[in-house]
Design a protein around this ligand. Structure first.
Ligand code: NCD
Length: 330
């Protein structure tokens, strides 16, 4: 199987906006956590903290993006991420255009650049893009002058998922520095794993990728991860265990013998969790294959922060939409 360790992000999309005042967040786009400094990541997390309160009010809106337009441009299926960006835009009082490749001119053969240029010509201020090709978000950022936010590009990065995972860890543990984080499962196909790795390491955590050799190849050591193929041997070491979905849609055949064997060796059951640290935090980006990555007692149990991740995702996406638009002169 071809292993993607490419950066996939030409730096052009992250060029600071000319003339922007030197604030902690000078970028019109968010393409990848690999591009950011620790200070910039912390600035997004702190901004998200401020937006978190908005969701607890009876009127869940602030006027930050009133009169602006956010376009969701999704070329892959999504429930959580798309709904989260939609609600985030609405809570910032932006107008929202929802666009999928199904039922659009893309199915008539329009290329990505033309689709983007047409959407921009309608006066969109922020494009949120999900695409099956690594590097698609960076390419989008070169095609348009409005802000571009990467909502997942192939196997490359999913920066807002990485940020919301880090936000949730910081909320539960009070820090990131010095933590031991395991990312378990289908790392080879996971943009979530890459965004977590870059973000967590920049903030001083250690990251171990755990899974079968076919899904956790040694090549990831070059990105700064420790690699391990035996979950039981290391499970007691971690402050956080982030379980990845087995991405059947991206997978070559025969990467492991059977789902039963996968879940026996790498799934998190209540029994296995008893050998982890008593205060371990369990994360999963969703959607969960219950019974494969996690058993129900773990997914719904006291160590799980899976629903907090979803709640925090909204605040993180509000912060990202707000900061990118502000840097673009909004
Ligand atoms: C992730 C994705 O799409 O990359 N999910 C998500 O954004 N909530 C992970 C996955 O699909 O497994």
């Amino acid at each position: 199987m071809a292993i993607s360790t490419e950066r996939g992000t030409p730096p052009a999309g992250m060029t600071p906006v000319p003339g922007a005042t030197p604030v902690a967040w000078p970028y019109r786009n968010l393409l990848a956590l690999e591009d950011l400094t620790a200070e910039e990541i912390v600035h997004i997390l702190d901004t998200a903290e401020a937006f978190r309160d908005v969701s607890t009010r009876s009127v869940k809106k602030v006027p930050a993006l009133r009169g602006r337009v956010v376009a969701n441009l999704f070329f892959e299926d999504s429930t959580r991420t798309r709904t989260s960006f939609t609600l985030a835009a609405q809570r910032l009082s932006a107008d929202l255009v929802d666009f999928s490749s199904k039922g659009s001119s893309v199915s008539k053969g329009e290329n990505l650049r033309d689709t983007l240029r047409n959407i921009e010509a309608m006066g969109v201020d922020v494009v949120v893009i999900r695409h099956p090709a690594s590097g698609a978000a960076a390419m989008a950022a070169q095609c348009v002058r409005c802000s571009v936010v990467n909502a997942g590009d192939g196997r490359h990065e999913h920066p807002t998922q990485g940020l919301l995972d880090i936000f949730t860890i910081r909320q539960a543990k009070g820090r990131i520095e010095g933590l031991n984080v395991a990312i378990v499962g289908d790392v080879a196909n996971s943009r979530v794993a890459r965004s977590n790795l870059h973000g967590l390491r920049k903030l001083g955590a250690s990251v171990t990728f755990v899974g079968p050799a076919t899904l956790v190849p040694r090549a990831f050591e070059s990105l700064g991860a420790r690699i391990c193929h035996d979950l039981d041997a290391v499970i007691g070491e971690f402050d956080v265990i982030n379980m990845l979905r087995v991405q059947r849609e991206r997978m070559a055949s025969n990467v492991f013998p059977s789902f039963e064997e996968y879940s026996r060796l790498f799934g998190l059951s209540g029994e296995r969790l008893r050998r982890a640290r008593p205060d371990v935090l369990v994360l999963h980006p969703g959607p969960i294959n219950r019974g494969i990555e996690l058993t129900a007692d773990v997914a719904d149990g006291p160590r799980s922060a899976i629903l907090q991740q979803v709640t925090n995702g909204l605040a993180v996406r509000m912060a990202v939409l707000f900061l990118c638009h502000q840097a673009a002169g909004g």
